[in-house]
Write a protein that binds this ligand. Structure first.
Ligand SMILES: Nc1ncnc2c1ncn2[C@@H]1O[C@H](COP(=O)(O)OP(=O)(O)OP(=O)(O)O)[C@@H](O)[C@H]1O
Length: 335
């Protein structure tokens, strides 16, 4: 199809708005809900700059991310793309340099030290890659799971021992490690330790469970089982779960995988099941999307731009139902 040339009468092209139209747009903007108003996690133009030896590193460069309540999603990206920086901010362990971040109604930039402690104890749970970082070595599994509940009870000046013991057992059973309840971490396999770690993270019924490479130290079979445990927690308890992973198998099992590139969300893969009406056969269809930020910026996948030799400048054409992005043809046009 030849490129369309937008004219002032063309509804797809730019026109000079009248004063009444401008007033209408301003009113509509004012009424439009804020970015991420209905999301459980909202990152809005999030920036994190580190300064080391006088050199600035921009780990997050205006990252936008929305996660809805009840989602189980994966974050992927090359080493150094900013995944751990984002997880540390969402876990309340680090503060962004600029932008906005909200989790379950908490503004992560405005929390006091006391709010931050309560946030880490009650709103988020985390599972780290190193099994040794998740569990205290001198406590049994049951004691490890009970600890966050005891700390919360102490902070609130309450004690409900029996309810606590019941919840410990419930969680260990849900994660299929009830038989390990009296064992210490060194008496369990890596997979069992990570299951107990998930139970610890869920102890105070957090709104969000964050996991940073939780299967990084495990073989692929055990990694699959750990992933199944996250899915059980998501389905049975309704917990929203965000997993950072390099593991393609894990990333391929979730409905939504968001890729981070150079400190920004770049592409997103959504998977949905389709049932063939004739055979009843179910297949999973995956589709990749690029993310358009609020300033209209788009990151094109590196393999696409490489394949077409696109660099610096590209040609844009507005079509009735899409925008075409083509390699720079200015020199050819001028010749
Ligand atoms: N405390 C810090 N001081 C200085 N630079 C840092 C610090 N933490 C992270 N960075 C830098 O910020 C960038 C993003 O790092 P980050 O650890 O978030 O990446 P990542 O995607 O999690 O990588 P990996 O997959 O290797 O863990 C990197 O360039 C890193 O060197």
């Amino acid at each position: 199809m030849p490129p369309t040339t937008p004219t002032p009468t063309d509804p797809t092209g730019p026109t000079d708005p009248t004063l009444a139209e401008l007033a209408h747009r301003v009113a509509a903007d004012r009424e439009r809900p804020a970015f991420g108003h209905d999301a459980l996690i909202t990152c809005d133009r999030l920036v994190r700059v580190f300064t080391a030896d006088g050199v600035e590193v921009q780990a997050l460069q205006g990252l936008d991310l929305l996660v809805r309540e009840g989602e189980l999603m994966a974050l992927v990206g090359a080493s150094g793309s900013g995944k751990s920086t984002l997880m540390n901010i969402l876990a309340g362990l680090d503060t962004p340099t600029a932008g906005a971040a909200r989790v379950a109604g908490r503004d992560l930039l405005a929390m006091t030290a006391k709010d931050r402690l309560a946030y880490r104890r009650e709103v988020v749970g985390f599972v780290w890659q190193q099994t040794s970082r998740n569990l205290l070595p001198y406590l049994t599994s049951a004691q490890n799971v009970a600890l966050p509940m005891r700390l919360r009870a102490a902070a609130r000046g309450r004690s409900a021992r029996r309810a606590r013991a019941e919840r410990v057992l419930e969680l260990l059973e849900l994660l299929e490690v009830a038989d390990c309840r009296d064992r210490h971490p060194h008496q369990m396999s890596g997979g069992q330790q990570q299951r107990v770690a998930i139970a610890v993270a869920l102890a105070n019924d957090p709104s969000v469970l964050l996991a940073d490479e939780p299967t990084g130290e495990l073989d692929s079979h055990t990694a699959e089982q750990i992933f199944a445990a996250f899915r059980t927690a998501n389905e049975r308890l309704g917990t929203t779960i965000v997993i950072v992973t390099h593991d393609q198998a894990v990333a391929g099992e979730v409905r939504r995988t968001v890729a981070i590139r150079d400190g920004r969300t770049s592409t997103e893969v959504l998977r949905r099941s389709e049932v063939d009406a004739a055979t009843g056969h179910e297949t999973v269809v995956a589709r990749e999307y690029a993310m358009l930020d609020r300033a209209g910026r788009l990151q094109l996948p590196a393999d696409y731009t490489r394949t077409l030799g696109m660099r610096d400048r590209v040609a844009l054409e507005l079509e009735p139902d899409h925008i075409a992005v083509r390699p720079d043809d200015s020199e050819r046009t001028e010749a």
